[in-house]
Design a protein around this ligand. Structure first.
Ligand code: RIB
Length: 339
């Protein structure tokens, strides 16, 4: 590996001059700068990033810990985070934990040892061990999407209770009174929060909450499909399904199609996340949009701020979801005005 000293000897300047040219830490005459750059080019010199990091005490790298990188929601979130990090001069290391808390602990240890400057973190479940580990190592961290309430850390979340309420109220306003809910894993806080909103809208409309209409999925499309098949066999059959993420709603659309059940005429379906694919399902999916771009921008803002002010009190940003009505919901036949 070519060293700074070799570049200095070749250019006929001091070690310090070469270092100033590399790090722009002092004005160097154009002639001298040109000589140094020519020597670097001739020797094929590459700055040693590790040495520079040790000198500067930062690596200009961030960690992003996600529970399921194959889920398009997290792919869209990681894109907004990486876009914002790139604008600020940071590279991002993505770590996929597959919702495994041991794997999560492995990755936060790796990221910490590689001296990333900060970490954006989505919990694999409801355990705070990894966060506690990072905070103990004084690592700047921003938690997004899933709230671990007993941890004092910066967080960017969305109002999941409001999202569940908006989805359910939309179906109630269309005349549906028997609304099944395909929930996410019980260890994931947004799912529980959305069910609270679902329940609130039902009770506000004078409809009692029925545990038997809330069935537990795993946030993957297959579970949405399997659970919808059992929902369609219930008597009386629900006329609407609220799936707590779009992937399970896609499974519900597939199950309805296979059962010859027309959406939305025979069965209304609402999802959650507003994935890009939600525009292209047949019919296009009514869903609750999460502000994925804003989540990324706010998370990077908080993280960069935390790096420069490690002792400031933690901030919690709660962003609003939005109901996006498409063609997988419409008034029940009995509600349609007959001319
Ligand atoms: O689709 C994945 C789900 O898990 C999303 O709703 C997101 O909020 C995360 O919690």
């Amino acid at each position: 590996m070519v060293t700074i000293r070799e570049v200095a000897e070749s250019a006929g300047v001091s070690y310090a001059t070469v270092s100033h040219v590399i790090n722009n830490t002092r004005l160097v005459s154009p002639e001298t700068r040109e000589r140094v750059l020519a020597a670097m080019d001739a020797l094929n010199y590459r700055p040693n990033a590790l040495a520079r990091s040790l000198r500067q005490g930062k690596t200009n790298t961030l960690g992003l810990v996600l529970p399921d990188s194959a889920n398009p929601f997290f792919a869209e979130i990681s894109r907004s985070i990486e876009d914002e990090a790139f604008k600020r001069g940071y590279s991002v290391f993505l770590c996929n934990t597959e919702r495994d808390t041991q794997r999560e602990l492995f990755y936060v240890d790796v990221l910490s040892n590689r001296q990333v400057d900060g970490i954006i973190f989505v919990a694999a479940g409801d355990q705070a061990d990894s966060l506690d580990f990072l905070l103990h190592r004084n690592m700047p961290v921003v938690m997004i999407d899933r709230n671990l309430s007993d941890v004092e850390v910066d967080a960017v979340l969305t109002d999941n209770q409001l999202g569940g309420y908006l989805a359910t109220r939309h179906l109630l306003e269309l005349g549906h009174t028997r609304i099944a809910c395909i929930a996410g894993p019980s260890s994931i806080t947004p799912s529980a929060e959305r069910i609270i909103g679902y329940r609130k809208a039902l009770e506000e409309a004078g409809i009692s909450y029925e545990e038997t209409l809330v069935l537990r999925g795993d946030y993957h499309a297959q579970s949405g499909m399997d659970i919808t098949k059992s929902i369609l066999s219930l008597h009386p059959r629900p006329t609407a399904i609220f799936a707590l993420n779009d992937l399970m709603a896609l499974g519900a659309l597939r199950a309805a199609a296979e059962a010859g059940c027309s959406v939305p005429e025979d069965l209304a379906v609402v999802g959650y996340d507003d994935l890009e694919i939600a525009h292209f399902t047949n019919p296009p999916l009514t869903t609750i949009a999460q502000p994925k771009k804003a989540i990324g921008v706010q998370a990077i803002n908080l993280l960069v701020g935390r790096m420069s002010q490690k002792n400031r009190p933690p901030s919690r940003i709660i962003l609003p979801p939005e109901l996006i009505v498409r063609r997988s919901t419409q008034p029940q036949a009995s509600e349609v005005e007959v001319p």
